[in-house]
Structure formats: structure tokens, C-alpha cells
Ligand binder design. Sequence first.
Ligand code: COA
Length: 155
Amino acid sequence: MSLNEYSDVVVRRVGLNRTDDLLSLEAACFQSDRISRRNLRRLLCAPSAYCAAAYRNGALVGSMVTLFRRTSRTARVYSLAVLESERGHGIGRRLMDRAEQEARRRNCVRMRLEVRMENVSAIELYKRLGFVDTAVIPGYYEDGAHAFVMRRELV
Ligand SMILES: CC(C)(COP(=O)(O)OP(=O)(O)OC[C@H]1O[C@@H](n2cnc3c(N)ncnc32)[C@H](O)[C@@H]1OP(=O)(O)O)[C@@H](O)C(=O)NCCC(=O)NCCS
């Protein structure tokens, strides 16, 4: 653990009763391409999805949604967010570690995700965890921004 990493963060799987909290966090962290309430509720109940939240002193500070495709044994990190005031203290990494743990538990052989090409902090985090960019999807986001597709083999 590095010096500025918080030690009092708890990561837990969350369900439908956390819908409102997760939507508030999304609204605070993303300008566009937010998950709709309907989509989030569907994900919170789906056996093929894993939604987790990070809490610090009882307050929600981060969230992660990962989707699993059994046929391709691939885990797709669909959403990752940490409150701006709590960034830089290892919470994003903790959430990604949980996504990886869950991916391995479900026998996935790789992880993938899409990230805005200009999102330096997220790209650095993913690279640090062993993800490499494998493709570009032009105009992937609502505002026309391009995405990197990043992948990491788990075996
Ligand atoms: C991306 C995000 C989740 C990172 O969360 P975080 O809790 O700040 O990340 P961590 O503190 O765990 O950082 C882990 C590593 O990521 C990298 N990193 C994180 N923020 C960084 C920054 N601003 N600049 C460069 N590297 C950064 C570093 O390598 C860091 O490790 P280090 O502290 O040992 O150097 C957070 O910035 C966020 O929520 N951003 C807005 C939403 C978003 O863009 N989500 C990703 C969508 S794909």
C-alpha cells in the first residue's frame, strides 16, 4: 500500500437498494454517457453483472460495474467511478482489483473495457494494472469522442 492510499475503504457488492446512491455518484462523476436508472436497475439484478461500491467512513465514494460473458470468458468493466474529492488514494485500484477477483472467480480469461482517449487518469490506472490498448472505436461516446479498447489477459 502506498503512503497516500486510504486504509479505511471497504468494497462491497451492492444490489437494487443502492440504485439512488449509485445514480448520484454517476451524476457527480460523468458529464455524459451516464447509466440510466432503468439500465442500472437491470444490471443490479442481472446474474451476468457484478456491481460493487466503495465506502469510506460509511459514505459511498466509488462504484464499479463489470459484465461477464460466459461464451467468450470475458469480463467487461462497464463503469468505474470515484468521487473527485476521494481520487488519488487507491480507491479506483481497489475497485478494479475486485473486478479482477470476480472475473477470475467466474473463470474469465481476459478483461476488457472502453475508455475515452483523453482520459489520462483512467488510462494510467488501467495500464498500471496490465491493460493494453488494442483498438480505437471512433465516435464511441455520445459527444463523438473516440474510445480506446483496452484488454488484459488473465491467464
Ligand atoms: C479513473 C478513476 C476511477 C481513478 O480513481 P482513483 O481512485 O483516483 O485511482 P487510484 O488512486 O486508485 O489510482 C491508481 C493508479 O492510477 C493512476 N492514476 C490515477 N489518477 C491519475 C492521474 N490523475 N494521473 C496519472 N495517473 C493516475 C496512477 O498510476 C495510480 O497509481 P499511483 O497512485 O500508485 O501512481 C477516477 O479518476 C475517476 O472516477 N474518474 C472519473 C470517472 C472515469 O473517468 N472513470 C473511468 C471511465 S473508463
